[in-house]
Design a protein around this ligand. Structure first.
Ligand SMILES: [Zn+2]
Length: 338
């Protein structure tokens, strides 16, 4: 089968690999319908994470089950499934508290940018749809696997509720999904920080009420202007740099919550500044599994269309071009068709 491997920064190859097989009784094997490239895949692509040996890339996936291990009970061959990018048993204490991304048996999905993939902990990770979904829903269903679930978690962690004033820091795919989530959760005002016209337009379509193109202190000053100097009730941090994190903290009003889902790279916190900011923070890898049933329902009943975040679609064989397009910001997010 074809699979996407990262050999070194900038060196993505789609090559023939052995098809995955059941290794544990809790595994499932999927024939992937669609997969995609994540913003976090760009960290090793850009050399910001170590690449010691060829990495099997891809953790966002949906497809049809072709085989299951002997212990798997909730999915069966022939079913269409969507799974979280974090593999979880969905039974341990952390899972039962809704933090499947800190599951005691947690693993991170790999090898999803391929024709077939092995999904460990299938029962606790995958959700099957009742019927085979229409093809035009595939991008949105795929989005639920990570990017939508992560944006949703940012809004949930930031305690967005009916009437909230929300700031979304970051106009990547996750930030745009954060806008969609904030709208669904009833936010009254959604301020999206974005400098790129195409992303601003999509943010507005997803429910943003205001766009701020300025960054850093200037961006914070604009948020303060728009909120009568109060700041936001909820802030979604969707980048992971020092500047974006500082912007998020500075935009948040006392008593507010910050949901931070950009994987921090080189971010330092100032204890006294946090103390006096009087803001709360929850971040980390999104417990997508908690939200998946609701998100799939919203998609299958066509209430949301997160799949629009994919503005480039390529055959799996052209994955390297998909990485370059995202790295050079020619594309927001690349969908790959095996
Ligand atoms: Zn668990």
């Amino acid at each position: 089968m074809l699979a996407t491997m990262l050999y070194a920064p900038g060196d993505v190859r789609v090559e023939e690999r052995d098809e995955p097989v059941i290794q544990k009784p809790t595994d499932a094997i999927l024939r992937l319908t669609a997969t995609c490239i994540c913003g976090s895949d760009l960290w090793p692509f850009r050399g910001l994470n170590d690449v010691s040996s060829p990495m099997a890339m891809g953790h966002e996936y949906c497809g049809v089950v072709v085989a299951v291990g002997s212990d798997v009970k909730t999915v069966k061959p022939g079913q269409f499934v969507v799974g979280s990018f974090v593999l979880s048993d969905n039974t341990c204490p952390h899972c039962r508290h809704g933090f499947q991304s800190s599951c005691e048996q947690r693993e991170f999905m790999t090898g999803g940018q391929a024709e077939y993939a092995r999904v460990p902990l299938a029962d606790g990770t995958l959700i099957a749809t009742d019927t085979m979904p229409d093809d035009d829903l595939i991008p949105s269903l795929l989005a639920a696997s990570d990017v939508l679930g992560t944006g949703w978690y940012a809004a949930d962690a930031a305690r967005v509720q009916s009437g909230s004033t929300v700031v979304v820091v970051g106009d990547g795919a996750v930030g745009l999904m954060g806008v969609l989530a904030a709208k669904q959760l009833g936010a009254h005002r959604i301020i999206a920080m974005s400098r790129h016209k195409s992303r601003q337009d999509l943010a507005l379509d997803y429910g943003a009420t205001d766009i701020i193109a300025e960054r850093g202190d200037e961006g914070v000053a604009r948020v303060k202007e728009l909120t009568q100097r109060i700041g936001a009730d909820a802030v979604l941090e969707c980048v992971g740099t020092q500047e974006s994190m500082q912007t998020a903290i500075n935009c948040a009003r006392p008593g507010s919550m910050i949901g931070y889902v950009g994987v921090p790279h080189g971010v330092q916190f100032d204890g006294q500044a946090l103390f006096f900011s009087q803001t709360g923070m929850i971040g980390g890898p999104a417990p997508v599994r908690r939200f998946l049933p609701h998100l799939l329902d919203l998609i299958l009943t066509r209430q949301i269309n997160p799949g629009r975040v994919f503005d480039l679609e390529l055959p799996l064989a052209d994955a390297a071009e998909g990485y370059r397009a995202m790295d050079e910001r020619r594309a927001i997010k690349t969908l790959l068709r095996p």
